[in-house]
Design a protein around this ligand. Structure first.
Ligand code: PPS
Length: 299
């Protein structure tokens, strides 16, 4: 691929050169089980939140969500649900799955890799894929706050690159459309969640998630408030205040505390000029207007 500000084009998406070997190893070697769950997203779309929710939901028979020793109280979600490209296949090691999962536990993985570049066994097996999508305005602003200080780019330059599709694992429209199409074509295999919808009605979407993952909440659970407790356990406020999330690094060299900034819908109004809003609206219209994918951009 060719170089644009540390990102290279690999299999049609933008990627840091340092990650290419890990991704290639994952593609070549990963073997999925039918029971696996892959949580996919473009960065800064709600990955950490989805990991927490899916972990709490699928492990609630092992770890009561009301327990004082629930793993989410002492581990960052990224340590419970490893990324293929940042954890399992990083450093060119052969992954040690037993560091993350006991043999009888359902495996949950995270990834930012676009759908067409997933390991074949994920696409061909019966394992489940859950995608979380966020409106591009907030996605850009979140990325800017996270990565901006680490680059020499101005806000305007970073924004222009984002609009041209030059962002890790982007273009964002191709990333979203790849998983969107998959969820429409094979709804039993792919679930498409929206950050904004999850914010608006977490209980409804948590039930959808549990049903999709074949562990629906029983009436008894609903009556005793288990769904509500998972919502609270995984809420932005709760996770942000935990000691474990105020220190340490769970994704490469990134501080855990930086994973919890505002956690709101519509913060882009505080960052983007009217011209920027117009520019990105046009890009969204041009690239996604023909699809049935639509965003809520206001709280
Ligand atoms: S990463 O690095 O890709 O894993 O980051 P990701 O988790 O996808 O995105 C970070 C943004 O998600 C917000 N966040 C949350 N929102 C709601 N609920 C919970 N529990 C939660 N946890 C993290 C986080 O604050 C980032 O968004 P912004 O807009 O920057 O606040």
């Amino acid at each position: 691929g060719w170089r644009t500000s540390h990102l290279y084009e690999y299999q049609g998406f933008w990627c840091q050169i340092a990650k290419i070997q890990a991704i290639a190893n994952f593609q070549k070697h990963f073997q999925s089980f039918y029971s696996d769950v892959v949580l996919a997203s473009i960065p800064k779309s709600g990955t950490t939140w989805l990991k927490a929710l899916a972990f709490a939901v699928t492990n609630r028979d092992r770890f009561s969500v009301t327990s004082d020793s629930h793993p989410l109280l002492t581990s960052n979600p990224h340590d419970l649900v490893p990324f293929f490209e940042y954890k399992l296949y990083a450093n060119n090691q052969t992954p040690c799955f037993s560091n993350f999962f006991s043999f009888d536990q359902r495996r949950l993985f995270g990834t930012h890799i676009p759908y067409p570049s997933l390991a074949d066994s994920i696409k061909t097996s019966n394992c489940r894929i859950v995608y979380i999508c966020r409106n591009p305005f907030d996605c850009f602003v979140s990325t800017w706050h996270f990565l901006g200080p680490l680059t020499s780019l101005s806000l305007e330059e970073a924004f222009e690159m984002f609009c041209q599709g030059i962002i890790g694992y982007g273009p964002f429209w191709e990333h979203m459309l790849g998983y969107w199409k998959e969820s429409l074509e094979r709804p039993e295999k792919g679930l498409f969640l929206m950050y904004e919808e999850l914010k608006e009605d977490p209980l409804f979407h948590l039930k959808r998630l549990a049903k999709f993952l074949k562990c629906p909440f029983s009436l008894e659970e609903e009556r005793s408030g288990v769904v509500e407790k998972i919502k609270k356990l995984c809420s932005f406020q709760n996770l942000k205040e935990l000691e474990v999330n105020k220190k340490g690094k769970s994704i490469m060299s990134f501080e855990n505390e930086k994973l919890f900034r505002k956690g709101e819908v519509g913060d882009w109004v505080n960052c983007l000029s009217p011209q920027m809003v117009e520019r990105l609206s046009k890009v969204i219209d041009e690239k996604l207007g023909g699809s049935s994918l639509k965003f809520n951009v206001l709280p």
